[in-house]
Design a protein around this ligand. Structure first.
Ligand code: ATP
Length: 253
């Protein structure tokens, strides 16, 4: 079966300050490759600074890579830093996604803007799509009239999910998206994500420090250390017998 997402030899370097007049190159992603099947979840774990968030941003088109390819189905959507518009089928939700919501816009306006800028839908079609999407994430049609400050933390993460889902993505990248939620709300959102995955075949790249969530949600796990993949395999196998010393340390073996 063809994977929905294929990442091949991805590299990314930042130029960082190394003194008053000096700069040096910091290699943050070093030859990263993996595959993700439709309806499956790949968890990415690693210590702070190992490159997980940079990888999430590159996948979602928020940062360009220096070299390497990202394929969505059979289409190459990034080739040595060049992006195609199809990258909108990979959407990113991060911990503070809602900080990027304009406090002066209602949720209906936010979702409508997303559709107006990215699709050719008519006003009626957009209204229908907004209603359907809010319902998918467990919000009411009336929530269209609400401003961001009127939502609780858990509801805001549902709004972030609605904003990601409204463009019918194939892959959702969740970068610590559940971390700031209290355990009962996190549990509800995890169940919602799993339900959506079952119903629509959506695939997830899950970046989290919560090992129990990794075990509960993911089919495969990829372990990063200083920008490199040090272990990659089925979640149950990796958790039962981690091969790399880095994984053993992360899993408290
Ligand atoms: N825009 C940037 N410019 C320069 N260096 C950066 C930039 N973004 C990230 N870095 C550096 O790249 C490295 C990897 O950062 P990244 O945020 O991807 O790690 P991470 O694994 O997501 O960490 P955490 O678990 O703390 O979120 C770090 O050393 C970080 O300081």
């Amino acid at each position: 079966m063809q994977p929905v997402l294929k990442v091949q030899a991805l590299n990314k370097t930042f130029r960082i300050r190394a003194g008053i007049f000096q700069r040096r190159h910091l290699r943050v992603l070093n030859d990263i490759s993996f595959c993700l099947a439709e309806g499956e979840t790949l968890a990415i774990i690693g210590e702070t600074g190992s490159g997980k968030s940079t990888l999430a941003k590159v996948l979602a088109g928020a940062e360009n890579s220096d070299s390497g390819q990202i394929l969505l189905g059979s289409e190459t959507i990034e080739d040595d830093g060049m992006r195609t518009p199809e990258c909108r089928y990979i959407r990113l939700i991060f911990q503070d996604s809602n900080r990027s919501l304009n406090p002066g816009l209602t949720i209906g306006d936010v979702l409508d803007d997303c559709l107006r800028f990215n699709t050719q839908l008519t006003e009626n079609q957009r209204q229908l799509k907004i209603k359907e999407t809010l319902s998918k994430v467990g919000l009411l049609n009336e929530h269209q009239e609400y401003y961001p400050h009127m939502f609780s933390g858990g509801q805001l993460q549902r709004v972030a999910l609605a904003r990601a889902l409204i463009l019918d993505p194939k892959v959702l990248v969740l970068d610590e998206a559940l971390s700031s939620l209290d355990p009962s709300v996190r549990f509800q959102i995890v169940n919602l994500l799993l339900k959506l995955q079952k119903e629509t075949g959506l695939s997830f790249v899950l970046i989290t420090h919560h090992l129990s969530t990794v075990r509960h949600m993911s089919d495969q796990v990829l372990v990063m250390h200083r920008g490199k993949v040090v272990e990659y395999g089925e979640t149950e196998l990796v958790f039962a017998a981690p091969k790399s010393y880095i994984t053993q340390r992360l899993l408290n073996f």
